[in-house]
Design a protein around this ligand. Sequence first.
Ligand SMILES: Nc1nc2c(c(=O)[nH]1)N[C@@H](CN(C=O)c1ccc(C(=O)N[C@@H](CCC(=O)O)C(=O)O)cc1)CN2
Ligand SMILES: NCC(=O)N[C@@H]1O[C@H](COP(=O)([O-])[O-])[C@@H](O)[C@H]1O
Length: 331
Amino acid sequence: MPTLHETIIPSKRVRRITVLISGSGSNLQALLDSASTPSLPNCAISYVISSRSNAYGLTRAKTHIPSIPTKVCALKTFQNRNPGSTREDYDCEVARLILESKPDLVVLAGWMHILSDKFLRILNGEIEPPSEPALPPPALGSASTSTPSESQNQSQPQKNQSQGTELPDLKDLKISAENSEQESPKPKSEAPAQAQAKPSDNVEAAADSTQDSKPDTSPAPKKLPEPPMHQSFPIPIINLHPALPGQFDGANAIGRAYEAFGKGEITHTGVMVHRVVAEVDRGEPLVVRQVEIREGDKLEDLESRIHEVEHQIIVEGAKSILAELDKEGRP
Ligand SMILES: Nc1nc2c(c(=O)[nH]1)N[C@@H](CN(C=O)c1ccc(C(=O)N[C@@H](CCC(=O)O)C(=O)O)cc1)CN2
Ligand SMILES: NCC(=O)N[C@@H]1O[C@H](COP(=O)([O-])[O-])[C@@H](O)[C@H]1O
């Protein structure tokens, strides 16, 4: 018999966010710092997947209170352990891991792989992921892998055909300058310069009481939210990209913007959070911020100016999608 509360005021389930990383994780840290605050209410970062075992973002997840389960799924390791497997097979393994984490939202925060159509169809709920990891989880200390799915489809992930592609319609989108008043917490701890985590032991980081954590001055840590009974689809995926819509799609966007500025081709660049679609960095922009480039800037100056904006808009982008899920009444 449902309680009064369940029948009249179903409690709002705390939303779960799975974050995909490949590097230092400063944007993951911004999400960790903001989750369950007014900047990013009623949610928790509940799973982190890294494409690199030495990503410092793994350390950030594991040392967070409560510790966040992590998985490493490295492309080369996957292909070495699954001879003949394709890039798409790798993507299907990543999709399988994501579905295991039962997320409401997936955030690409520096994930450095182009995701294939098949990955997107799995997260759309159109097709099933492989049911089992191809191989039993490897011994501690090496990356998780699995064998290829049935499909021998050699299709390559779709590269962006940027020439002549329609730009997303921005007319309703508010594009604000870099120095907006809106403040969101800066990541509490930046990765030390060349911080690289110890190679992940690649098992879910259970709350490890043996960790020599800092004296706990914060209120009792909250538990990670329970997963929902049923996975809702489509699972929204958003990506943080350090460029303006239609400019510098793909990797090394900041370096290319800096170079273009040096040639007098642009006067400013920007950062955006956009929905992830097959065409790289061409999904609907959700948050766009211009970032100025100043005469005399070194590349590092531009990078740090951009990162500061990234840490704000990745939170804004996640918040906008969670609000959308609530508005559509998603359970
Ligand atoms: N289908 C999509 N996949 C991804 C998107 C997207 O919008 N649609 N966004 C990217 C993120 N990203 C830029 O924001 C990006 C990252 C990496 C690359 C890339 O060329 N990667 C190379 C490998 C690079 C490496 O391993 O060091 C590759 O995948 O072959 C392009 C864009 C995430 N994916
Ligand atoms: N095309 C994607 C891309 O270039 N992403 C970039 O990776 C970095 C991740 O930093 P982090 O690991 O410190 O969050 C960020 O600068 C982000 O813009």
